[in-house]
Design a protein around this ligand. Structure first.
Ligand SMILES: [Zn+2]
Length: 129
């Protein structure tokens, strides 16, 4: 990775961090206003649930962006956290906070899928007990 590329990713990460921090800071606006109209109140509740899902995702994204900025500080940015191979520039241009190369990312997602199906099986087993 060249210095200008690195600089570019650093700016992208900082910009993303600002956007995410703003979104987190505005979470107080999401408080449900008490409405005398029940239908309205229900709509607001649905909206709130939707928003809290977004907030959760925002918190996760922010953690990834901050960890990428840390990796930039200690010079491990752009290197796969799993196999130590460089992450391709094309991939970083799409996801500047990527922590894994494309191969390892697929592996991680596959393992996550397998874990969640194991969880479901465990639930089924305990449920039938
Ligand atoms: Zn890798």
């Amino acid at each position: 990775m060249t210095q200008p590329e690195r600089q570019q990713f650093h700016e992208m990460l900082l910009a993303k961090q600002t956007v995410l921090q703003d979104r987190m800071a505005r979470r107080d606006d999401l408080e449900v206003q008490v409405s005398p109209d029940e239908f309205d109140a229900r709509l607001q509740l649905v909206d709130r649930e939707f928003q809290s899902g977004l907030l959760h995702q925002t918190a996760l994204d922010l953690r990834q962006v901050r960890s990428a900025l840390q990796r930039m500080d200690n010079d491990s940015y752009g290197v796969c956290g799993e196999c130590d191979e460089p992450i391709s520039i094309a991939r970083l241009k799409v996801i500047p906070w990527a922590n894994y190369c494309i191969k390892c990312q697929e592996q991680v997602e596959l393992e996550k899928l397998q874990e969640s199906s194991v969880d479901q099986t465990a639930e089924l087993v305990s449920g039938s007990d």
